[in-house]
Design a protein around this ligand. Structure first.
Ligand code: GLN
Length: 481
């Protein structure tokens, strides 16, 4: 009997499993059926782990029978962005250079999910090495937006966002260096959480820009984001930037002061998106203590700062792919230098090459002071803007994306316009603070996400305000595909 168990969220599925109304095997079967039906159109997955997932589901059902349930998410299917290492399962980073790479170990987040009994159902598509805003930079396929398959799902974690939105898994993990969780979550109408820098281990996440990268979650509800975050977060001695600190206690939204940055509502924001966000804020007003206007004066420099620091870190991190140590190696080389040059030339895509070249330039001896060092100084100012704001307000609200999902191909020839998509998300990564995209409503039948931003380790406040907002907003339709 088909019960469409793929439509459940983590919380609902967990309750039903607990009451022995359903089995993990049935949930996995329904998700695999949905993948069979929909993924030819959506292209969310690079690898579907059908046999492995069915086997893990049987094991989970056995555990449950014998009363040894590992956690609230035991037996529930989670998809993983293909830039997060999974032991013995191909992990490509969406790049030809790692087309056949099989990691010998699990990322910490994957080990944690497995320890919790969760089931890895597949690996999802992404922009090459997480570089992009549309998932069009994948070396393998273009993921489509489940709300309109002529449009992008956003990026770079577009596969994870689309897999959750089209109910091909119950939740997913992604990574966010400049918006890559929140942006696709906004465009696909799901909840996307980018945690505090260091709150979730990066061990086993293929590095893009190490000082900005953070693993986070895609879920159908805020409560699910909280459940999943609580499982994947925590100190990890394998990650030298991992935080060994408790989260702040949560505050009742009734006592919260919320800040609206005036810079986030100026030109560049599509008036229709603005309308949805303003309505969302109006709905929250009666639920909180006060909503005040604030200013983030250095936000205007965030894009430039990000696109220097990130390029420099990318060029350094991608230097390890040399045709010798991992992945693709050219077939025709006379000597070692040619192995390096040809392997990289043949296997990196255009965006990766662009960033490697610009990053090397901005960090080269003659230019490092002018670009990279200056950008680091301005980064401190961007961070300070938030510190000043959080002296006055508990959380900040704004848009995630300046527009709704754009058409496939619309921005591929113009990297600068593509980079502008990140205008409201990147300063959060520069500051290392947490933020979440929560579906706020629709504009012309396309989802719009509300961004809730908090100071470091304030995830609990973000969750409680997010849940309050979901209550005030009411049900939204799910993606039509
Ligand atoms: N769109 C941004 C970029 O292209 C963000 C990427 C990300 O967060 N991984 O760099």
């Amino acid at each position: 009997m088909n019960m469409d168990l793929n439509k459940l969220n983590l919380k609902e599925a967990s309750e039903k499993l607990k009451n022995e109304k359903i089995t993990s095997t049935e949930i996995i079967d329904d998700c695999l059926t949905q993948i069979g039906k929909k993924d030819n159109d959506i292209n969310a997955y690079l690898t579907v782990l059908s046999d492995e997932a069915k086997k893990s589901a049987e094991e989970s059902d056995m555990r449950r029978k014998s009363g040894r349930v590992a956690s609230e998410i035991d037996g529930l299917p989670i998809a993983i962005k293909d830039v997060i290492c999974t032991k013995s399962i191909k992990t490509t980073a969406g790049s030809k250079i790692l087309e056949n790479f099989i990691p010998p170990y699990d990322a910490t987040v994957v080990s944690k999910l497995k320890d919790a009994g969760a089931i890895i159902i597949g690996k999802t598509n992404l922009d090459e090495f997480a570089m992009g805003s549309s998932t069009e930079n994948s070396a393998f396929k273009i993921t489509k937006n489940p709300w309109d398959i002529s449009r992008v799902p956003g990026g770079s974690s577009g596969g994870s966002a689309a897999a959750v939105a089209s109910e091909m898994c119950l939740a997913a993990l992604g990574s966010d260096t400049g918006g890559s969780i929140r942006f696709p979550a906004s465009l696909c109408g799901v909840v996307g959480l980018k945690p505090t820098y260091g709150a979730v281990s990066r061990y086993g996440l293929m590095a893009m820009a190490s000082s900005l990268d953070q693993i986070g979650t895609f879920t159908k509800t805020v409560e699910d984001a909280e459940i999943l975050f609580n499982i994947i977060s925590g100190f990890d001695k394998q990650d030298s930037t991992s935080l060994n600190k408790e989260l702040n206690k949560s505050k009742d939204p009734k006592n919260m002061v919320l800040g609206i940055p005036k810079e986030y509502f100026s030109e560049g924001l599509d008036p229709k998106v603005k309308e949805v966000i303003e309505k969302a804020i109006e709905k929250l007003k009666p639920k909180v203590k006060e909503v005040v206007e604030i200013s983030l004066p250095n936000a205007q420099y965030a894009l430039e700062v990000y696109y220097i620091i990130m390029f420099v870190e990318v060029s350094s991190n991608l230097a390890r792919y040399d045709g010798v140590k991992y992945g693709y190696s050219t077939k025709e080389a006379k000597d070692l230098i040619e192995v390096y040059f040809k392997s990289r030339a043949e296997a990196f895509g255009a965006e990766a090459k662009r960033r490697i070249i610009l990053g090397n330039y901005a960090s080269s001896a003659g230019y490092i002071d002018q670009y990279y060092s200056r950008a680091q100084k301005v980064r401190t100012l961007v961070k300070k803007d938030f510190e000043d704001a959080f002296k006055k307000v508990d959380l900040i609200l704004g848009p995630v994306s300046p527009t709704t999902a754009f058409k496939i191909g619309e921005k591929t020839d113009d990297p600068l316009t593509m980079y502008l998509s990140d205008i409201y998300t990147i300063s959060i990564n520069l500051a290392g603070i947490p933020a979440m995209s929560v579906p706020a409503g629709l504009s012309n039948n396309l989802p719009v996400g509300l961004q809730i931003i908090g100071p470091g380790l304030s995830e609990n406040n973000i969750f409680s305000l997010g849940k309050t907002f979901e209550g005030a907003r009411g049900e939204l339709p799910s993606a039509p595909v």
